[in-house]
Design a protein. Structure first.
Lengths: 109, 345
């Protein structure tokens, strides 16, 4: 079972993305084929995922963690310190479970 | 395909302490500016330091700027602090002749300042020393002409006149010598004329290292005759007025600190003839104004001469003066320098 700040969730592997971009500026020189590429380092890693949680109370628990830094554990992957940036999701399912989309920024790599 | 790949870095410090969370910087230097200015963008908390502390900006080993912290700007969200700095010449703006001087009176005569008549470079050096402003490795050049023998009262540093204003007044009659701030906090006094002589400090070539540019060539500010009049007291035998050039587009200049009519006139001081010939050379030409941005991180400062090889797209091939340079280290690591050039065609 995966969790954030100890709040359990089931991660949908088909809707899980880790992304990280470099700070790179490209200056093209007109009249030739010369380029200057400046690398100013890497940006932080973001993790976006869709999860299934037990009920709307759990969703509320995630919302209470917005902006907080805590431990993000994903099954089969290293755990990281992350800050929860965004929580969203549709209405709950008939069985009471609900899907949620979570966006994190990882702060320990 | 020639590609230059750089891992850029910004080393900014305040009071000698590194600003670890600095992510951007801008620097402006020019001989048309009274002093240099700079700003440093800082993420998160203020790193410490006080007003008046030294601010130093080094980008990939090149010393872009050295000055003093004068202002701090805070932004609520996203949280950001911008440290504003000025070059050390800014101290001249608020420095006036010290002591209990009646502002309506003359202030410091050259007798008080330099011990008597002195060359323009000696006057400027003395004022810089008095204000506690070091050239920081720069140099103070000048015409070598002794001033203040014929019209000493005109060279008085007035009680309510700033040191910067007084230096600029001396520069106005110094045949193109200007006092300005360059990279790393250096202060120079160099002769700048429209047509650069000698070699160039750097060469920039179209298609190689010019990212963007515009160039204007114009005769709208051109004159083919110059009339200069100077100190007008007691000059009945040799009136201090001189006309250079025989054209009908006449440029007029009057300055009471010009103490002689011609170079052959007796006495010492700048002559109307020397000023007229200097200005005629400056004004009887096609004026070239070129503005160009380069990704290069060379040590570029005002008063340098650059060879711009861009005849195809910019209509320019030859040497131009760097009047001003604006340097930027962007948050994505991009380095750019934008120069404003002047020259003659």
């Amino acid at each position: 079972m995966s969790d954030f700040a100890g709040i359990p969730m089931v991660v949908d592997a088909d809707n899980y993305t880790e992304r990280r971009t470099a700070r790179v500026a490209i200056q093209e020189i007109p009249g030739g084929d010369t380029f200057y590429i400046d690398s100013g380092g890497r940006g932080p890693m973001f993790v976006d995922m869709t999860v299934l949680v037990q009920n709307v109370s759990v969703l509320g628990a995630f919302m209470a963690q917005l902006g907080a830094s805590n431990t993000l554990r994903i099954d089969g992957r290293d755990s990281h310190t992350a800050t929860l940036m965004e929580v969203g999701g549709p209405a709950q399912q008939p069985d009471g479970q609900t899907k949620a989309t979570l966006k994190f920024v990882v702060t320990d790599i | 395909m020639p590609v230059t790949i750089r891992t850029t870095n910004l080393d900014a410090s305040v009071g000698g302490n590194n600003i670890a969370n600095a992510f951007g910087a801008r620097v402006s230097l020019g001989y048309d500016m009274s002093y240099g200015t700079a700003s440093v963008d800082i993420a998160g908390d203020w790193p410490g330091g006080n007003f008046g502390d030294s601010i130093d900006i080094i980008v990939m080993g090149e010393n872009w700027f050295s000055g003093v912290l004068v202002q701090v700007d805070y932004t609520l969200y996203p949280r950001q602090i911008t440290a504003q700095a000025r070059g050390r010449m800014s101290a001249l703006e608020q420095f006036r002749p010290p002591g209990e001087i009646n502002p309506r009176e003359a202030g410091f005569l050259l007798d008080d300042l330099t011990g008597g008549p002195a060359t323009d470079e000696a006057i400027v050096s003395t004022v810089l020393d008095l204000a506690g402003v070091s050239t920081n490795g720069g140099s103070i050049g000048g015409t070598g002409t002794t001033m203040g023998t014929v019209a000493p009262e005109e060279f008085a540093w007035k009680g309510k006149e700033s040191a910067l204003s007084y230096i600029q007044r001396i520069d106005q009659i110094s045949l193109g010598y200007r006092t300005f701030e360059s990279t790393g906090g250096t202060i120079f006094r160099s002769q700048v004329s429209t047509i650069p002589e000698g070699g160039s400090d750097f060469t920039f070539t179209e298609g190689e290292d010019i990212a963007s540019a515009t160039n204007t060539r114009s005769i709208q500010e051109a004159y083919n005759a110059v009339r200069v009049s100077g100190y007008d007291k007691g000059d009945f035998l040799d009136p201090r007025i001189f006309v250079a050039g025989g054209g009908d587009r006449l440029f007029e200049l009057e300055n009471q600190m010009i103490e002689r009519r011609a170079e052959s006139s007796i006495g010492e001081g700048i002559s109307c003839e020397a000023m007229a010939n200097y200005w005629l050379n400056e004004l009887d030409r096609v004026l070239v104004k070129l503005r160009m941005t380069t990704p290069r991180n060379d040590n570029i400062g005002p008063g340098q001469v650059h060879n711009i090889v861009a005849s195809s797209r910019l209509g320019q091939s030859g040497n131009l003066w760097v009047q001003r340079v604006d340097k930027e280290y962007a948050s994505d690591g991009k380095i750019s320098q934008t120069m404003t050039y002047v020259g003659a065609g």
